[in-house]
Design a protein around this ligand. Structure first.
Ligand SMILES: *Cc1c(COP(=O)(O)O)cnc(C)c1O
Length: 400
């Protein structure tokens, strides 16, 4: 059983209404996961990754919690996420991991966000924009060791690192790369990427310079590549209590922080051969009891899971039947019992049964990351547990 929900911290609807379809975030699980990762990688520091609404857990609340727990750094994907955190009063250093456009640079400086420089041209744009504003930009250099996404190829890095040293209005605070395959059964390509990164870092050794903050490890590398921890690690999915893949050893014990619930909104008896939902893809063979739930693919409960998903009601598993609609879906409870208003668990535990985010990923033909990040903002988030007070913002009127 999960902890008792604290009073809603995010007023969601008009008239103070709160949808019965809710995500509950266990702040104690988040705090314990963060502490476990910290212990595992020490003395390396930890940069919790909060992109995509903190993997569906709520960007600002999770950032507040991590800041209150003294996280050394926060990582987001895009400028807008960084600005939202600053506007919420978060003062922890924030690295924006994604690519940048020249026109965005003044906003990075205005909001004191750390930039990712992924080419010589971007370095020069940052240097010029910072000079024009009489500022120094804090920058992490991005090295592409095998992802072919953004960053300077390892074999061209020397000129990039030299240019960075010459930029008078740039403080090179960090240098990083990203694994393409750290979660795969075979670690050979991850080791190759690591070797390439080491080769790039020799630049500093050869010049007798201290290297900036070096970082490369995502969750999978946190778990299984201690030699890739360097000065800082960047766990995302692991912080939320989910393992990056079934092929990764579970060397850090974490538990899922997210529960997704709804309630029965309608009950009926459906006769045999009377098909259910759009397309009439499913019909009962015998008379059965069908309940309707007020949740659908518009909330992020993927339509691809139609006729495959299961839910928990009164501690029992039941199959979802017929096509999942945008806002509603049906469940066949057979001769089981359910009443309007009964709690339904979509992800999480009820009685002795549990449905995991991995289950949903398997039903939808995707990975847990995509399930979590697609739970729509239409679904209110509630924060439970001893640490819930830490996710609340300042009282109204007291903006920082
Ligand atoms: C998303 C991301 C991470 C976190 O990845 P997980 O697999 O969730 O730990 C780390 N670094 C970068 C650059 C990322 O984009």
């Amino acid at each position: 059983m999960h902890a008792q929900a604290s009073p809603p911290l995010i007023a969601q609807g008009p008239e103070g209404l709160m949808r019965p379809t809710q995500v509950l975030v266990d702040t104690d699980a988040l705090a314990a996961n963060f502490a476990a990762i910290r212990r595992h990688v020490a003395p390396a520091k930890v940069m919790p990754i909060l992109k995509a609404n903190a993997y569906g857990h709520g960007l600002v609340p999770v950032a507040r919690l991590m800041a209150a727990l003294d996280a050394d750094y926060l990582g987001v994907a895009v400028l807008e996420e960084g600005i939202l955190l600053r506007q919420a009063g978060i003062r922890t250093p924030i690295l924006v991991l994604g690519g940048i456009w020249g026109s965005q640079i003044p906003l990075f400086l205005k909001y004191d966000l750390t930039l990712t420089a992924s080419s010589i041209e971007k370095l020069q744009q940052i240097d010029q924009a910072a000079a024009a504003l009489g500022r120094t930009a804090r920058v992490h250099l991005k090295i592409d060791t095998g992802m072919e996404r953004i960053g300077v190829h390892d074999y061209h890095a020397e000129g990039f690192l030299e240019t960075a040293l010459r930029c008078r209005h740039i403080q090179v605070e960090g240098i990083f790369s990203h694994f393409a395959n750290a979660d795969a059964a075979d670690l050979a390509s991850a080791r190759l990427q690591l070797e390439r990164f080491h080769e790039v870092l020799r630049f500093y050794d050869q010049r007798g310079l201290p290297p900036p903050l070096r970082h490369m490890a995502n969750s999978a590398a946190v778990l299984r590549l201690p030699e890739a921890h360097f000065d800082l690690v960047r766990p995302g999915i692991l912080l939320y209590g989910v393992y990056p893949s079934p092929d990764v050893p579970r060397t850090v014990a974490v538990r899922p922080a997210l529960t997704w619930k709804t309630r029965v909104v309608y009950f009926k008896v459906t006769p045999p051969e009377r098909p259910v939902s759009y397309g009439w893809t499913w019909a009962p063979r015998q008379q059965t009891r069908i309940v309707t739930l007020p949740v659908g693919y518009g909330d992020g409960y993927f339509r691809a899971m139609s006729n495959r998903a299961q839910v928990l009601i009164r501690g029992r598993r039941y199959p979802q039947v017929g096509r999942i609609c945008m806002d509603q879906m049906m469940v066949d409870i057979g001769w089981g019992t359910a009443y309007n208003g009964d709690e339904v668990v979509l992800i999480g535990q009820q009685g002795n049964e549990r449905i995991t985010v991995e289950d949903l990923a398997a039903w939808a033909g995707t990975i847990p990351y995509e399930i979590l990040t697609n739970i729509n903002t239409r679904v209110p988030r509630l924060y439970t547990g001893q640490h819930a007070a830490l996710v609340a913002g300042p009282p109204p009127g007291e903006t920082s």
